[in-house]
Design a protein around this ligand. Structure first.
Ligand SMILES: Nc1ncnc2c1ncn2[C@@H]1O[C@H](COP(=O)(O)OP(=O)(O)OP(=O)(O)O)[C@@H](O)[C@H]1O
Ligand SMILES: O=c1[nH]c(=O)c2[nH+]cn([C@@H]3O[C@H](COP(=O)(O)O)[C@@H](O)[C@H]3O)c2[nH]1
Ligand SMILES: NC(=O)CC[C@H](N)C(=O)O
Ligand SMILES: [Mg+2]
Length: 509
């Protein structure tokens, strides 16, 4: 097995799934995990994750330095590499040349971790500290323009360090680097497989729920649909699905879903109209975190009210995935920083009566899609673009009002229509409109206008952990801009968002 030490990276479960992809079992444990426990696990290799801290800060996360005496191969990623260098006697310092996003990696030693790689490839960086000097036993194996020491190796001890993130999709051949480490360097056996996941999950749900009932938040998105199918397999008619119309849905969404969910899923589904309570509560709210927490609280209020109507409904099912958790809070005791409170995790009220059933909480979207296909979920549901639970509220910068919601709904519908017509819907991770909190001056029909601005957001991603803005054809952008300004009252300007994640996030709030 491979042991992954969590130094608080947004990407630590992504490292885990990269290992799973090569059919090798792995376990993520927090910083400070004791040396005796490590020895007891008998790992074939250890991966030290990245993290938000700097090694020279007080209380930055650590792991017993004796791991370097165990004779086990160790791979340090970003902060993990910095920890290794610092602990073994090298020097790390804040660099004036920070790097976030793409960089070109030039490999000088095409062996071991880099065996079979191109000598120059694209990597993904997210760091402000850099290695200034190395411990004597290490050599530099790759560099980028801003980071001369971007990869290091001590081949005698099998210690490797990467300043960039091999686990993210945007690092080309990153998967192969991880394969080279776990298979060629650590000699792990391939014995973990995804097929058994569904089987184990169903059994775990059965054991937890027994003869009680589960209220399930069903949104029509792929996560909750797959989770509902799994829970249904486990407990059958004791599953009660609730679709909440929170007034923050897209144009015609409820009507479309009402039809598709009832035709494609053989489940007990109730549609609840909660538009008024959500919109009333959001009046005057402008802070993104307050919005998210308010929405999370109201979802639970609705689920609680529904649970009261059903005897024995002690559980709440949600299609929570790992990225929702990692951005919302310090997961698994690690020192992860809070990016935003996803309504279904960090937005939950502190005291909850219902106990959570979240069978997908360690998976990523593409794994869930694969699972959905295996469970026979309809392809249109499997390939729906994700839509966040707080809906259009986090795409309206500033206050959510009926009037601003209507502007956004119209603009968003036009964007989706054009994206579909261009045959890009499935290729893009998400494509949508954002309503900005600014007005600008324009001229329409010889008259001065002073109206709102819409931003078009379109991104490519595999798992939402990193994303790149989609290079949409200029003609398509022109058509969308034209139609939005001509057809949506109250908009006189359209801009296109060219920010990747990191440093941006996919949603604007
Ligand atoms: N309108 C809704 N009604 C009921 N439950 C909801 C609603 N929106 C979100 N949820 C719950 O919150 C969870 C998280 O939402 P999220 O958007 O991440 O997942 P999803 O909607 O199932 O899938 P997707 O990410 O593809 O949109 C859902 O899995 C579901 O349990
Ligand atoms: O159900 C959800 N509840 C939330 O509170 C939430 N916030 C973001 N998202 C979706 O998660 C993915 C990553 O989004 P960000 O890059 O904006 O963090 C993207 O796919 C977002 O649409 C949410 N989904
Ligand atoms: N992503 C990381 O691990 C960052 C490590 C460290 N905080 C830096 O900025 O260099
Ligand atoms: Mg959704």
């Amino acid at each position: 097995m491979i042991l992954i030490i969590d130094f608080g990276s947004q990407f630590n479960q992504l490292i885990a799934r990269r290992v799973r992809e090569h059919e090798v079992y792995c376990q993520v444990e927090p910083a400070g995990f004791g040396i005796d426990k490590i020895k007891a696990l008998k790992p074939e290799g250890i991966i030290l994750s990245g993290g938000p801290s700097s090694i020279y800060e007080e209380n930055s996360p650590t792991i017993d330095a004796d791991i370097f005496k165990l004779g086990i191969p160790i791979l340090g990623i970003c902060y993990g590499m910095q920890f290794m260098v610092h602990t073994l006697g090298g020097k790390i310092a804040r660099s004036s040349k920070r790097e976030y996003g793409f960089a070109t990696l030039n490999i000088s030693d095409e062996q071991n971790l880099f065996s079979g790689m191109d000598s120059s490839l694209q990597c993904w960086m997210s760091h402000g500290d850099s290695t200034e000097s190395l411990p004597g036993t290490f050599t530099v194996t790759a560099s980028t323009q801003n980071t001369p020491i971007a990869a290091i190796a001590d081949t005698k001890n099998n210690f490797y360090g990467l300043q960039f993130h091999p686990e993210v999709e945007h690092t080309h051949q990153g998967k192969e680097m991880i394969r080279n480490f776990i298979i060629d360097i650590c000699h792990c056996e391939k014995n973990w497989n995804m097929e058994s996941f569904a089987h184990t999950a169903v059994q775990e749900i059965k054991d937890a729920v027994q003869d009680k009932k589960v209220i399930m938040g069903l949104s029509g998105g792929v996560d909750s649909s797959v989770a509902a199918l799994l829970i249904h397999k486990a407990i059958g008619k004791n599953l009660h699905c609730i679709f909440v119309d929170n007034g923050l849905l897209r144009k015609n969404e409820k009507e479309d879903l009402q039809e598709s969910l009832t035709t494609h899923l053989d489940l007990n589904i109730k549609f609840v109209d909660a538009r008024k309570i959500f919109l009333d509560a959001l009046e005057g709210v402008t802070d993104p975190e307050v919005k998210r927490k308010e929405i999370g609280r109201l979802f639970i209020e609705v689920f609680d009210a529904e649970a009261k109507k059903i005897e024995g409904a002690d559980f709440l099912g949600q299609g929570t995935l790992y990225p929702d958790i990692i951005e919302s809070k310090s997961a698994f005791g690690g020192p992860t920083s809070i990016i935003k409170s996803h309504h279904n995790v960090g937005g939950l009220p502190e005291k909850m009566k219902l106990k959570l059933i979240e069978p997908l909480q360690l998976l990523f979207k593409d794994e869930v899609r694969q699972l959905g296909l295996e469970l026979g979920l309809n392809e249109d549901l499997v390939w729906r673009q994700p839509f966040p639970g707080p809906g259009l509220a986090i795409r309206i910068m500033g206050e959510v009002s009926e009037k601003r919601l209507n502007i956004l709904k119209e603009a968003d519908a036009l964007i989706l229509e054009e994206i579909r017509a261009a045959g890009l819907y499935r290729k893009l991770w998400q494509s949508f409109a954002v309503l900005l909190p600014i007005k600008s001056v324009g001229v329409m029909g010889d008259k001065r206008t002073y109206d709102s601005c819409i931003a078009i957001r379109a991104v490519n991603s595999i798992d939402a952990m990193t994303a790149d803005w989609a290079r949409l054809p200029h003609e398509l952008l022109a058509r969308m801009s034209n139609r939005i300004i001509n057809e949506v009252d109250g908009v006189n300007r359209v801009v296109f968002d060219i920010t990747s994640k990191p440093p941006g996030t996919i949603e604007w709030e």
